[in-house]
Design a protein around this ligand. Structure first.
Ligand code: PDD
Length: 287
């Protein structure tokens, strides 16, 4: 089955799908996006993703391309046309296309693009054995809480991780504290058993997986502390893990080559992975 994209009102084979060369997303990264997991044919956490999309649009004073009802229909149609029950949906809204000029164009129409792809997330081996991360300086702009397509520092960081044989790069602020991964949020379980992730202020993207997991912690009797943690604290932690739409909950077993704990996924992250998978499966079954 050839892949079908939605582009500004049309469903087209991917190779024929294109946007205007003066699209502001292309020229200024003046666009926002969401990646939504699909399981059992259902869009997982659709509402929180739409809520965050609206927040991103609002922060950038960008108009929504259509109402939520229509957007949901298009998302489902993209999944249907691509025959996807397990995978992810990518949605991007740009401020539109206009002759290149920095201020907002007076009359540009917001652009909307969607693609979908198959995929079931990390391999069983990665989940079982965990992954390594490196640490890099956080060189991003001051608003990574907005899910914009300005992802060059993230791409450079992920490439650096790849070249170092690591799965992800944890970005570090000027105070030596971890902000987040290049495409995931960062968590640790400290030596004293405290579950820690950075508070969702302007320094990180408030992950939908992060929010979902927060809601499940109380049921598990786990107490979370939202605060910054340093690289040194992470390296001395009992456990570490990352969360994202594409990876759910994934154990981190080394940081810059230093093993975390005994170098194997710990009991808290293994439990949280199970709990989160069950939470996703429930949504898939409800579809
Ligand atoms: N990335 N932090 C950053 C910088 C991210 O890009 C992402 C998501 C996350 C986790 O957010 P969520 O749980 O909502 O996926 C945190 C997506 C998956 C991507 O760009 O592919």
């Amino acid at each position: 089955m050839s892949r079908i994209a939605y582009v500004n009102g049309r469903y087209l084979p991917l190779r024929r799908a294109s946007v205007h060369i003066e699209d502001r997303g292309y020229q200024f990264a003046d666009a926002v996006y969401e990646v939504i997991a699909v399981r059992g044919g259902a869009l997982i956490d659709e509402e929180p993703h739409l809520k965050r999309l609206h927040r991103s649009l609002g922060e950038l004073r960008m108009a929504a391309p259509m109402g939520d009802g229509a957007l949901k229909l298009v998302m489902r149609e993209v999944l249907r046309r691509n025959g996807i029950a397990t995978g992810s949906l990518y949605l991007q809204v740009s401020r539109g296309s206009a002759p290149r000029d920095f201020p907002f164009p007076a009359r540009a129409k917001p652009g909307l693009v969607m693609t979908a792809r198959r995929g079931s997330g990390p391999s069983a081996k990665l989940i079982e054995e965990g992954v390594g991360v490196i640490t890099i300086p956080d060189i991003r702009w001051g608003r990574p809480d907005i899910k914009s397509v300005a992802l060059l520092p993230n791409a450079l960081g992920k490439q650096q991780a790849k070249e170092a044989g690591a799965f992800e790069a944890w970005q570090v602020d000027r105070d030596g504290n971890v902000t987040e991964g290049t495409s995931s949020n960062a968590w640790i379980v400290t030596a004293s058993g405290e579950l820690v992730t950075r508070q969702a202020d302007r320094s990180i993207l408030n992950g939908v997986t992060r929010i979902g997991l927060l809601g499940l912690l109380a049921r598990e009797g786990l107490k979370l502390v939202e605060r910054p943690f340093s690289v040194a604290e992470a390296k001395a932690a009992r456990e570490a893990f990352l969360t994202s739409t594409t990876n759910f909950v994934l154990p981190v077993v080394s940081i810059d080559g230093t093993p975390v704990g005994n170098g194997y996924p710990g009991s808290v992250v293994r439990r949280l992975r199970q709990v989160y998978e069950a939470f996703v499966a429930e949504q898939g079954e409800a579809e």
